[in-house]
Design a protein around this ligand. Structure first.
Ligand code: B3K
Ligand code: ZN
Length: 887
């Protein structure tokens, strides 16, 4: 809890540390009531520091200090002082050994930061600033040290004792306890420290690196989960090989451990050689895990593994540089997942996340550049902007340089900075130096927040056979940044004619324009307004713009319906093809909104229905793409496009359109469903995932027909599927219908899976996301269900998070009860787990974009939260910034 008004930290205030820590020796005595931590730090003054007489200031919070000594001399109380999170020792030599003993209470640590207990085991989470909850330290990423860690604990309760690096000693003590010592030869910041002690079972495998090093791979889980580790292990080995092949990066130690824990604030953590994972991101088997779950495991295992180079070997100088490791690592894991599965589907999924959550963040009160220049609580900046937009920025560098020069750039970056704590600027500089390409203006992506908007128009001159694109860019004001300089935007494009793409010839080819082949080009948009003229254009083309979503921008081009239909049918770029389908869907929804508002029936354009029919009938198409193209733009995406947001109007129009499509295409939908049925053994590969995705998209359309036979189909799928993807999709359809069977389905599902917490989370989530009235009451009732635990972040996310973040119509109930519910839960969690509380609050912070009545209700709940006397800095930052006037 904060003791005073929390203060803002600025990037511009960065100073190198006054001291360095050459080695860190830790000793943990883990107990049932409390644990003792002893540390010996080899400290010396930093030769690069501005002053040579600064006092030693260490970070520490919620610690009971037992003793402090310097070079074996015990310090008197008068020799040190404490204020807030800082311990100050005024007089210290140039180089010395500091010994410190503290007592901590992991059992009472509900913040899940520092050392805590989860399901009977001890585990740690130190990023970003959790190490200071373990002992006094220079808890900042530019202080890197070699660690030696001794762990002592009861042998029967905690047979497995793990830390980073190599196990150098193991000993049974005479008092029923045992002890291990771990040494990590790689210097690392404290945020990468990890410790685990518990009763764990292990799955083992091996990997031989390209240079012949044998690495032992181990996944530690509870015994009951031993049968759910194969997919994570396979993903790990695939990721290790991929990083060698694509980036030339090998693993550097003889052991790589993964531990799964139930109570975890996020997905996983890349601690050096001891990754700690949320069970939801490591455990998977077909009976309990959906396709999306399998893909998440693959993606997160790879992400954490890739951090070994992008994050651990080369780390961040300070937390403002977070995107240096996170943006780059997300870019790497996306490319890996794309190589392992379906590239277009992966791209569409990533773009969807960006266009909903990230664009919303960019347009809201917490908008920040991928390299923020200030923060109150760094935990609030593990955002879609830093991660996903950060990855898009790296992706744009990849697009501008091309794959070979990008690889030269990453090689140079690793060569220059291995073992260092560096900045985003160091990354860009390596890319520039290796490629010779000037990224001066491109750097605006690091310093400016907000989503740039591109307004593009095209004109064809038949006589001159030229086609001209006029491009204007702008970027809305964001908190603290009223005016923006133009961005350097790579605009990938093609011109699509009747029979395919046309050759491209720029009239006045600027030097910085790259041609991938002669029918596709990346235009460098870097001025406020710009024109590009193509010559030798033999017919009036349809421009295919922002191919592959080449930049994280909003694009506006006034396409006609027929132009969009051409792109939807013929574009060779999967993203643009899908996007054309979404733009057509958007136009239909907008028309449906108007129709409903004026008392008219919702009748989709016959040409649009035909295009959907073609998608359903064409068996040569990728099923996953068909599924994505058939799904209308989500309500979350619509809330980014239509202002002010009338949640209920949008929902009704979208559902009415879906129902009209379902009745117009019921024959095709039935035929497609039957074609997608299969009894082959489950494999989470692209082909099977595509088929299930299409089948379940089709089923959700069919359910709108209010037809007993379709309900029977859903019941059959629910009862007979052997995989969780199909079973859960059927359950979801039933829960959102008026089928009598739904109560029974929910009950049977619970009974069957009550001993699988991750499956029960899905059960909570399906109910929390039910679109029908009365869902808030259901959610409130479920909070007293014996399987619900407010201390477990996965359960909070599955029930409260899903209801408030993904169930627009119910969260935005007109009586404001949804808002009140969220504020109540935030106030409860503010005390036990501030990180989860502030994350949960996000849907309320977007209050400015809704209708006036909703705005008022949302704002008053935010004011109620702000009035709470003991707000954590996490919640305080989000709630106070979201109430501030900024535009
Ligand atoms: N680096 C961690 C995130 C830590 C979040 C701390 N609040 C996981 C990841 O991005 O890989
Ligand atoms: Zn990461």
């Amino acid at each position: 809890m904060r003791d005073a008004q929390p203060s803002t930290i600025f990037l511009s205030d960065y100073r190198v540390p006054d001291f360095l820590i050459d080695s860190t020796t830790l000793r943990f005595e883990l107990g049932e009531d409390s644990s003792l931590v002893s540390s010996v730090l080899a400290l010396r003054r930093n030769p690069d520091a501005k002053t040579s007489d600064a006092p030693l200031q260490l970070h520490g919070t919620e610690l009971e200090l037992i003793s402090l000594s310097i070079d074996d001399r015990l310090l008197a109380d008068s020799e040190w002082s404490q204020s807030g999170e800082q311990l100050t020792i005024a007089n210290v030599p140039a180089s010395f050994s500091l010994r410190c003993e503290t007592r901590i209470r992991p059992q009472d640590n509900t913040s899940l930061e520092g050392l805590y207990k989860s399901s009977g085991m001890f585990c740690t989470q130190c990023e970003a600033e959790g190490f200071r909850k373990i002992t006094y330290y220079l808890d900042r990423p530019d202080v890197m040290s070699v660690f030696s860690v001794e762990i002592i604990a009861d042998q029967s309760r905690y047979p497995v004792l793990l830390s980073n690096g190599n196990l150098t000693s193991k000993e049974t003590l005479s008092d029923g306890r045992h002890k291990t010592i771990w040494q990590d030869p790689f210097p690392k910041p404290a945020y990468l420290f990890a410790l685990v002690a518990g009763k764990l079972s292990v799955v083992e495998d091996q990997f031989v690196t390209t240079s012949g090093r044998r690495v032992d791979l181990r996944i530690y889980v509870e015994e009951k989960d031993l049968d759910k580790c194969d997919h994570a292990m396979l993903s790990l080995k695939n990721a290790m090989r991929w990083d060698e092949d694509v980036y030339g990066r090998e693993y550097d130690l003889d052991i790589f451990n993964i531990v799964a824990v139930d109570d975890f604030n996020m997905g996983a953590m890349e601690n050096k050689s001891l990754n700690i994972f949320n069970t939801s991101c490591v455990l998977a088997k077909p009976e309990t895990t959906t396709d999306a779950g399998f893909q998440r495991v693959e993606g997160v295992v790879a992400h954490e593994y890739f951090h070994n180079w992008t994050g651990n070997r080369v780390t961040c100088r300070d937390w403002f540089q977070l995107s240096l490791k996170e943006g780059f690592t997300v870019f790497r894991d996306a490319a890996f997942s794309s190589d392992m599965g379906s590239p277009t589907v992966k791209r569409v999924e990533d773009v969807t996340l960006l266009r909903t959550a990230q664009f919303a963040e960019d347009a809201g009160p917490m908008a920040h550049p991928i390299r923020p220049d200030s923060f109150i609580e760094i935990s609030n900046f593990y955002t879609v902007t830093v991660y996903e937009k950060g990855a898009e920025v790296v992706r744009m560098i990849h697009t501008l340089l091309g794959p070979e020069l990008f690889r030269k750039g990453s090689d140079l970056y690793f060569e220059r900075h291995d073992g260092q704590a560096v900045t985003c600027e160091d990354f860009v500089l390596a890319m520039e130096d290796a490629s010779g390409i000037d990224l001066t203006q491109f750097r605006n992506w690091y310093s400016q927040a907000g989503t740039p908007q591109l307004v593009v128009s095209g004109s064809y001159d038949e006589q001159a056979q030229t086609y001209r694109l006029d491009v204007a860019q702008s970027c809305p004001a964001t908190p603290g940044q009223a005016v923006k300089a133009p961005f350097h935007i790579p605009l990938a494009m093609a011109l699509v004619g009747e029979a395919g793409q046309l050759p491209l010839q720029l009239a006045d080819a600027p030097a910085n324009t790259e041609t991938a082949d002669n029918t596709e080009m990346v235009l460098s948009v870097n001025e406020q307004t710009q024109s590009f003229v193509f010559t030798g254009v033999k017919e009036a083309p349809v421009p295919s713009l922002l191919r592959g979503f080449s930049a994280p921008v909003k694009l506006n081009f006034e396409y006609s319906r027929d132009q969009l239909l051409r792109l939807m049918r013929n574009d060779t770029d999967g993203f643009c093809r899908w996007d054309a389908s979404q733009q057509l869907g958007l136009a239909e929804i907008k028309r449906a909104i108007t129709n409903l508002a004026t008392g008219k029936a919702v009748a989709p354009d016959p040409e649009y229905i035909n295009a959907c029919r073609e998608l359903l009938d064409d068996t040569s198409l990728d099923g996953a793409m068909v599924a994505l193209m058939l799904q209308l733009p989500s309500e979350a995406y619509l809330a980014e496009i239509i202002h002010p947001v009338d949640v209920h109007g949008i929902h009704q129009a979208r559902e009415a359109l879906r129902t009209a499509l379902a009745s117009a295409l019921s024959g095709e939908l039935h035929a497609c469903y039957s074609r997608c049925e299969s009894d082959e053994a489950y494999v989470p590969d692209a082909a099977q995932i595509a088929r299930r995705s299409l089948k379940n998209t089709v089923l959700s359309y069919l359910m709108l027909l209010d037809d007993e036979q379709v309900v029977a189909l859903a019941i059959g799928q629910f009862e007979n599927s052997s995989n969780m993807t199909d079973r859960l999709a059927a359950l979801n359809c039933l829960v959102n219908s008026n089928a009598e069977y739904k109560a029974k389905a929910l009950q049977r599902f619970y009974q069957q899976w009550q001993h699988e917490p991750l499956v029960i989370n899905q059960w909570f989530q399906v109910q929390a996301m039910c679109r029908l009235p009365g869902t808030l009451e259901t959610v409130q009732g479920l909070m007293s269900h014996p399987a619900f635990e407010i201390r477990n972040p996965n359960k909070v996310r599955a029930l409260i998070g899903a209801f408030c973040g993904q169930n627009g119509v119910n969260f935005h109930r007109e009586d404001g009860a949804g808002y009140r519910f969220l504020a109540d839960q935030v106030l409860v969690l503010n005390r036990s787990n501030p990180q989860i509380a502030s994350r949960l609050l996000v849907p309320l912070t977007k209050w400015r974009k809704y209708l006036p009545a909703a705005q008022q209700l949302m704002r008053s709940e935010l004011q109620r939260v702000l009035a709470e006397p003991e707000l954590s800095s996490d919640v305080f930052e989000v709630v106070s910034k979201s109430l501030q006037e900024y535009q």
